[in-house]
Ligand binder design. Sequence first.
Ligand SMILES: NC(=O)c1ccc[n+]([C@@H]2O[C@H](COP(=O)([O-])OP(=O)(O)OC[C@H]3O[C@@H](n4cnc5c(N)ncnc54)[C@H](OP(=O)(O)O)[C@@H]3O)[C@@H](O)[C@H]2O)c1
Length: 297
Amino acid sequence: MKILITGARGQLGRSLQERLNTRSGVELLVCDRELLDISSDTDVASCLTRHRPDLLINAAAYTAVDQAESDQENAYKINATGPGILAKHCDRLGIPLTHISTDFVFDGSNTTPYREADPCRTLSVYGQTKLEGEQLVRELHPQSLIVRTSWVFSRHGGNFVKTMLRLMNERESLRVVGDQRGCPTSAGDLADAVIALSYKAINDPSLYGTYHFCNQGETSWYLFARTVFQQATELGLIKNDCSLHSIATTEYPTAAERPAYSVLDTQKLSLALTESPRPWPDALYTMLTELKDSLDG
Ligand SMILES: NC(=O)c1ccc[n+]([C@@H]2O[C@H](COP(=O)([O-])OP(=O)(O)OC[C@H]3O[C@@H](n4cnc5c(N)ncnc54)[C@H](OP(=O)(O)O)[C@@H]3O)[C@@H](O)[C@H]2O)c1
């Protein structure tokens, strides 16, 4: 099976590679932004026509949420136009497409976990461009999967956990937002779920559609940071003391508004895979252990 990954240098892209590189029967085509710009119709057309993969997983995205507010054109090109181009050519060539989206398609007004069919309403440019990307994929390619996820962390690239580790090592105290609730997600666990679901859907096309994946258990950024501190201290990744303080969103103004509550209900995906995601603290511990091993390495 020939699998093409776009956005291969990102958190999810690297995790997908780690898993698929060693999987038997897989020929992996790894495309970072330089090799394939998903917003170029001609580049996508010629790449897909030349390689004819059996599956395309789109891990490319514009993920700088605050920057997107003042860089709308690029965010739209990468998060909406690009997925639309991929969907159009995948449909033309009969290539199943797995696309990744976000909890930011919701406005956070729910009080119970968001299900796939819940109405979307975005609060930010990032959220809006990702929502339009989803809509184009759905419209243009019936053989597609859309997997929404949230609060992604990995030892690769930039993310909340790595920012916290750096700041906790530099500072004696830290203020972290405590009134936004969501679910942290390991890029590795997301990659496993995306691969498993993509394989299943190829054999059972009734599975194509939209899914939610995040690790189990909801938390706030503040409580997430506290767990990072506890686990990282235990593993020797943080050597000094750092006191953490919970603050309100209003005390930490950002260019983009975030949903106050973006917990995703993962039942549909768990049913399809007959497996539930593991709790986020376990996934965090795995990531921190891998990070420590790579630093010791
Ligand atoms: N990170 C999160 O917390 C989070 C939360 C919810 C959903 N998601 C979604 O999960 C997916 C994976 O996110 P991630 O955290 O792995 O993102 P990431 O680490 O930011 O990686 C995205 C990758 O896409 C590449 N890219 C940007 N523009 C491109 C283009 N025009 N053509 C090809 N590649 C391009 C980037 O390349 P450069 O490095 O060269 O820019 C980067 O390597 C995305 O769909 C994202 O929206 C992420």
